[in-house]
Unconditional design. Structure first.
Length: 447
């Protein structure tokens, strides 16, 4: 059986640390939004959401509300980073081999299908039926944040598994958004987006490195996708898939070229000094710098640079603009609606049974094996934790329900289910994992 490749340990450690810490800011933004929307200043919150910003050229004007700028603009950047993560995992990580991919992919499929079916069990034929995609997603930021609370109790393999499951069901969520939640396709705009993507791909194969050219093409793809009827965030995923995950030069070439320049510098009489005395030395240093840039995979460089932006800015702003649910009718009334109950049932029960069931099938058929140091009971407990839907679930809810009443009830169900799944997942995992002894080596990934 094929052995799963793992992403570089330092990169995985940074990813987990960033997601875990960012969940605190995400939670704070959620609390602020809820408090603001139910305070005496609720009107100012609503006014902020509906404030229009845009451009005017001559007699033509184009404007979107701030709410739309966040959901269609900022979230496109989030989906771009999601696309980079998906490409990295498929090329280099847990999903890069059949044996490594089978377990998280099967778990993710179960964790999408079962919640959708349970939601439809309560909503089929009703006004909430369109929301079946809401309980399919996992919020990796909050899930890893809860795992972080358990510290060294949690095996690294379980964190890697949960991350791979979340990335696999991100793929499912993107497919659902682009296929099911696209109302009407405008073929001319879609064709323009395809042409611009093709141009972007061709430019990427050249030595052109002008940020301005790439910026214009990326903006064009986003605008064309927005006009096509396909949700604009899909543009972020498609653009990410064009970013190379392999370096422009081989490691052997880098070692040869950079090594030669470094040797020349080391033979200089002023090599131990803190200054460069002539243009020749500067040229050799610049050569090492250029070669080092060429050996760094562009997709990984961009992911590393943009991940903190999405974690610390984009997602908290999204939560601020989307989690402000008015509870004037009372929490009880909101949570008793079929859509809210369907979301709770799907996320809390469906995710747990779907992920455990999907994993059990491939393990039973011997298509894959458990991650090192992880028991099946721990893996099933991670399935409970995957019921934290939050960001992606709220995003899908905004696409599924134009009606504000249905949207508010759905979001109430998402918040309740995510809180319940987080508490239950933490409790079950704490009961199933032992605190390592003080003499044991740290179980977390090394940076």
């Amino acid at each position: 059986m094929a052995t799963a490749k793992a992403a570089p340990r330092g990169m995985l450690a940074r990813f987990i640390a960033s997601e875990s810490a960012g969940s605190v800011v995400l939670l704070a933004a959620t609390v602020v939004a809820l408090a603001w929307a139910n305070s005496p200043w609720a009107a100012s919150y609503d006014a902020l959401l509906h404030l229009k910003l845009g451009v005017s050229i001559g007699g033509a004007a184009a404007a979107l509300t701030l709410h739309h700028w966040v959901n269609d603009g900022l979230m496109a950047l989030f989906f771009f980073v999601v696309g980079l993560e998906i490409k990295r995992e498929v090329a280099l990580g847990q999903l890069s081999t059949l044996g490594g991919a089978m377990l998280p992919v099967a778990a993710a499929v179960g964790g999408m299908v079962v919640p959708a079916l349970l939601f439809l069990l309560l909503n089929a034929g009703g006004p909430g039926a369109r929301g079946w995609g809401v309980p399919m997603a996992t919020d990796i930021a909050f899930a890893l944040g809860v795992l972080a609370l358990l510290g060294r109790r949690v095996p690294v393999g379980l964190k890697v598994f949960l991350t791979a499951v979340a990335i696999a069901d991100d793929i499912g969520a993107v497919l659902v958004i682009s296929v099911y939640y696209t109302e009407k396709i405008h073929l001319a705009a879609l064709g323009a987006a395809a042409v611009l993507l093709a141009v972007l791909a061709l430019v990427g194969r050249t030595r052109l490195r002008s940020p301005g050219v790439y910026g214009v093409l990326v903006l064009g793809v986003w605008l064309a996708t927005l006009a096509s009827g396909v949700h604009a965030t899909v543009a972020g995923i498609l653009i990410a898939f064009l970013v190379p995950v392999r370096p422009r030069i081989s490691l052997a070439h880098f070692l040869e070229e950079a090594g030669a320049a470094i040797q020349e510098l080391s033979r200089r009489p002023d090599a131990r000094e803190r200054r460069l005395l002539d243009a020749e030395a500067l040229e050799q240093v610049e050569s090492v710098h250029v070669q080092a840039g060429s050996v760094r995979p562009p997709a990984l460089v961009l992911e590393h640079a943009l991940h903190p932006v999405t974690t610390w800015f984009v997602l908290p702003v999204f939560a601020l603009f989307n989690a402000g649910i008015s509870l004037e009718g009372g929490v009880g009334e909101a949570i008793r609606s079929p859509v809210a109950l369907g979301v709770v049932l799907g996320l809390v029960v469906g995710k747990a049974f779907g992920i455990a069931g999907g994993a059990w099938v491939v393990l039973r058929l011997r298509y894959s094996t458990l991650p090192e140091g992880v028991g099946f009971s721990q893996l099933a407990a991670a399935g409970v934790l995957a019921g934290i839907g939050f960001t992606m679930s709220i995003f899908v809810a905004s696409l599924a329900f134009p009606d504000e009443g249905l949207q508010a009830a759905t979001k109430a169900g998402i918040l309740a289910a995510s809180a319940l799944a987080g508490v239950m997942g933490y409790g079950v995992l704490r009961a199933l994992t032992a605190e390592p002894s003080s003499s044991a080596a740290p179980a977390g990934p090394s940076a």
